[in-house]
Design a protein around this ligand. Structure first.
Ligand code: NDP
Ligand code: GDP
Length: 327
């Protein structure tokens, strides 16, 4: 039975990836950092019905010794490094923590692999945020990077360390440059989930307005369920490599609002307010991914449309708030 170690298993992608790998017959082990809120940490895994099928081991990307111990104990065949301080806005408030976890955390895991002489294949969760101030209208693996936040700078460091360890030490290390991907399990601080949560609250009469920042930014949004499949495909290749994963469609926040509110029979213009205090110090105005390489080499393509994903997210938020109201 192949063994997979997932860092960030309690996050959105970790939960979907755990479910995918369990379905493929893997033993799935997740790295779990210490939290005082241990009753809620498995919420996403529970939502997908797999909490009792994964093994959780103590460890933290800040603590190299814990990573070495985990690798010695678990002896994984595949390591998916998904853990990060993953929220761009927070990275301006906590730039050093973001560098420690999102940047150096990946280097620590690569070092742990080297030190333990593990033959595990390694996946690094890189990000389209690395393109930042875009240098080409459509971004591929060949597009130069221009990070625009401490988060993106940290991700870029982790990306190049992955490439460097592959080239220096022959590690089977791949980097997935994933464009934004969402789901009902997306953190509530991200704009898509903030919007679908807001739509559900307004629909149920629990709120009247929704405050957002920049409505004109554009993102290439896919579904996390489709994107974790691409991660797995990368580690099944004979040779490690880097791949852009994206839908090839870009949509503004304003248009996302229109789609989401109209799904619930509402007009976004009656409810959405744009507030200047929610603008960012530096913005990534537009992202649009070119996933031709992944399509050709991995046979990967997105399965879920933006409209289908929005509907799924709103339905889940209606259930959550409906249940909360009854409770
Ligand atoms: P989440 O924010 O949902 O999950 C982050 C995970 O990292 C959580 O499990 C969190 O644990 C864990 N974590 C944070 N700090 C540490 C630490 N010091 N040690 C160990 N674990 C830690 O992210 P997503 O699932 O959305 O994303 C997965 C990865 O992909 C991230 O690296 C993200 O930056 C990257 N990415 C995401 C994209 C997206 O659109 N979703 C796009 C491109 C890249 P806890 O539950 O305890 O907080
Ligand atoms: P990011 O691409 O990883 O930063 O994902 P987010 O979902 O956090 O943000 C996507 C875009 O939405 C960015 O350009 C934000 O400036 C914009 N945005 C507009 N209003 C909001 C808001 O209220 N919250 C968040 N998170 N983003 C917002």
């Amino acid at each position: 039975m192949p063994v997979a170690l997932i860092t960030g298993i309690t996050g959105q992608d970790g939960a979907y990836l755990a479910r995918l790998l369990l379905g493929k017959g893997y033993r799935v082990v997740g790295l779990l950092r210490r939290s005082a809120s241990s009753d809620v940490i498995g919420e996403r895994l529970r939502w997908l019905g797999v909490l009792d099928q994964v093994e959780l081991v103590d460890g933290d990307l800040i603590d190299l010794a814990s990573l070495i111990r985990v690798l010695q104990k678990v002896r994984p065949d595949e390591i998916y490094n998904l853990a990060a301080q993953s929220f761009v806005a927070t990275s301006w408030h906590q730039p050093l923590l973001t560098s420690e976890v999102t940047g150096l955390g990946a280097a620590r895991m690569l070092e742990a692999i080297r030190i333990t002489e593990s033959a595990a294949r390694f996946y690094q969760a890189s990000s389209s945020e690395m393109y930042g101030l875009i240098q080409e209208p459509s971004q591929s693996e060949k597009t130069p990077f221009y990070p625009r936040s401490p988060y993106a700078v940290a991700k870029l460091y982790a990306h190049w360390m992955t490439v460097n360890y592959r080239e220096s030490f022959g590690l089977h290390a791949s980097s997935g440059i994933l464009f934004n991907h969402e789901s009902p399990l997306r953190g509530i601080e991200f704009v898509t989930r903030k919007i679908t949560d807001g739509v559900a609250r307004i629909k149920l009469g629990l709120a009247r307005d929704l405050s957002l920042g920049n409505l004109d930014a554009k993102r290439d949004w896919g579904h996390a369920r489709d994107y974790v499949h691409a991660m797995w495909l990368m580690l099944q290749q004979d040779k490690p490599d880097d791949y852009v994963i994206a839908t090839g469609r870009t949509t503004s926040i304003r248009e996302f609002c229109r789609i989401a509110f109209s799904y619930a029979g509402l007009n976004y213009e009656d409810h959405v307010v744009s507030r200047s205090d929610l603008l960012r110090p530096a913005e990534v105005d537009v992202l649009l991914g070119d996933a031709s390489k992944a399509r050709g080499a991995l046979g990967w393509q997105p399965e879920t449309s933006l409209e289908e994903m929005v509907a799924e997210m709103i339905e889940a938020d209606l259930v959550r708030h409906g249940a909360a109201r009854r409770g």
